[in-house]
Ligand binder design. Structure first.
Ligand code: BES
Ligand code: MN
Ligand code: MN
Length: 456
């Protein structure tokens, strides 16, 4: 057990069996029927952290799903690292597209398959085992806290309140999060930016009931036709968002920053191949990495209305709906964007329909500093285990609670993710390569060591 590699080798079967136990709990935060599973998952992690060596671990009730908090304080004079993660997962549907059932994890082709294998159960458990290793070998160099929530996938409503109410308990020097991905399997990289999010649901109402499309078609505004036209007008021919004021607060990256960003070894052909598209599409004048990293975007996530069952039914539907998300960049305020969107959407409604919009959730973007001692320690740790200096890059995804940590707790987060874009998070057949899981467990203790020791 003299080093982490042999520790992993000796214990990997147990690690996987324990992680599988967590993946088997269908902790889908958006589903009422899974409410008991949320508690089970939090309880499962509580036990794992106690086994790994935490002094205390508790499942704390909230208005929503419980928060798991644990800590090991070895010396109050030493720094405190807080690990954040989430035990909730996205729904697994459509189930028929999974090669093995989402909540019956298995290993195939050197990967763990199952909902949450990467996002975020697999990535969270790397921290549990890295922590266990440091405790068992007496090499834990500082205090550790764990805060694991069950509502990340629904916008963390309860954790915001929890942070406000528990500032003292959550006091720490830095927050470490493994819930992001790397540019590629051989391209160690550390996420330095997350996009914000503004998410709205819209409804267009027309007549008081579905009408006969022969008797009324052509004479009454059709809400589905209208919604389609309204949505189409939200972006222009250059794929820019047309909502007035949408880009006002976007910080433009300087030519130098853009030049630095372009150095990231991003394989565009592989990116297209992975998702099976021949051509990429996005805002004119920006590269793909820039389009997801430093530019905002607008996407319809779902749209419905009218008759969608078997065969043809001749109706003019009474209403049409859509869920629309806007990814934001740092300095754009989600509340401001929500308001601009709603005002604009209402203003473009043609006569004959009534339009309403409501905000579902959202949050601000985040940028992590590349000169922070914890970033530098993370960078050294990746360099040691991957043999290459990691590339800093801005991800297009969102973890809205991260900017709140900064605002409410006054603490920076470092995004030490080990996922891959091909892990299919949120999609059928989510997976996490064993190599990444083990690399994470290997890299984390080095981070602790570099973070707490003065550089030689
Ligand atoms: N772990 C992801 C976010 C992520 C993944 C960031 C990969 C960067 C790289 C997180 O669980 C997630 O899915 N977030 C949601 C936001 C939430 C409010 C629904 C997202 O980005 O859609
Ligand atoms: Mn996640
Ligand atoms: Mn997610």
């Amino acid at each position: 057990m003299e080093n982490i590699k042999s520790y992993i080798e000796e214990n990997k079967d147990r690690f996987l069996e324990e992680l599988f136990g967590l993946i088997r709990i269908p902790s889908v935060s958006s589903r009422k029927e899974n409410k008991p599973d949320m508690h089970k998952a939090a309880e499962y992690i509580r036990k794992s952290l106690l086994d790994a060596g935490a002094d205390m671990a508790e499942v704390i009730s909230t208005d929503g799903h419980p928060v798991l908090y644990a800590e090991k304080i070895i010396d109050p004079a030493l720094p405190v690292v807080m690990v954040y993660g989430h035990y909730d997962v996205q729904p697994a549907e459509p189930l028929d597209l999974w090669k093995s059932p989402p909540f019956e994890p298995e290993i195939r082709e050197g990967k763990i398959w199952g909902r949450g294998a990467d996002d975020d159960k697999g990535q969270l458990f790397m921290h549990v085992y890295a922590f266990e290793y440091m405790v068992k070998t007496g090499t834990l160099p500082c205090n550790v806290k764990f805060m694991v929530e069950g509502e990340e996938e629904i916008g963390s409503p309860s954790l915001v309140k929890f942070c406000h109410a528990n500032k003292e308990k959550l006091k720490c020097d830095v927050i470490i999060v493994s819930d992001t991905s790397m540019i590629g399997p051989d391209v160690p990289s550390i996420t330095t930016g997350l996009r914000g999010l503004s998410y709205v649901e819209v409804e267009v109402r027309g007549p008081n009931r579905d009408l006969h499309s022969g008797l009324y078609g052509g004479a009454v505004a059709n809400p589905v036709n209208v919604l389609a036209r309204m949505i189409a007008s939200l972006t222009d021919e250059n794929n820019r968002v047309t909502i007035p004021g949408f880009y006002d607060d976007v910080l433009e990256a300087s030519p130098l920053e853009r030049k630095e960003m372009a150095k990231a070894p991003f394989d565009i052909e592989q990116y297209k191949k992975d998702i099976d598209v021949d051509e990429l599409s996005g805002e004119e004048g920006y590269s793909t990495m820039e389009r997801t990293g430093i530019r905002p975007s607008l996407d319809v996530n779902g749209i419905w209305g009218g008759y969608t069952e078997e065969g043809a039914k001749t109706i003019l539907p009474a209403k049409a709906c859509a869920k629309i998300s806007m990814r934001l960049v740092p300095n754009q305020s989600p509340e401001k964007i929500d308001n601009l969107f709603i005002k604009h959407f209402e203003s473009i409604a043609p006569p004959g329909v009534r339009v309403s919009a409501r905000v579902l959730h959202g949050g601000e973007g985040y940028v992590s500093p590349v000169d922070h001692p914890a970033y530098l320690a993370a960078s050294r740790a990746y360099e040691k285990t991957f043999g290459k200096k990691p590339v800093p890059f801005r991800s297009g995804g969102s973890i809205p609670i991260i900017s709140r940590f900064e605002k409410v707790l006054g603490v920076k987060s470092i995004l030490m993710g080990f996922g891959l874009e091909s892990d299919a998070i949120h999609s059928p057949n989510e997976n996490y390569p064993l190599g990444n899981f083990y690399k994470g467990i290997e890299t984390i203790p080095l981070f602790y060591s570099y973070y707490t020791k003065k550089p030689e």
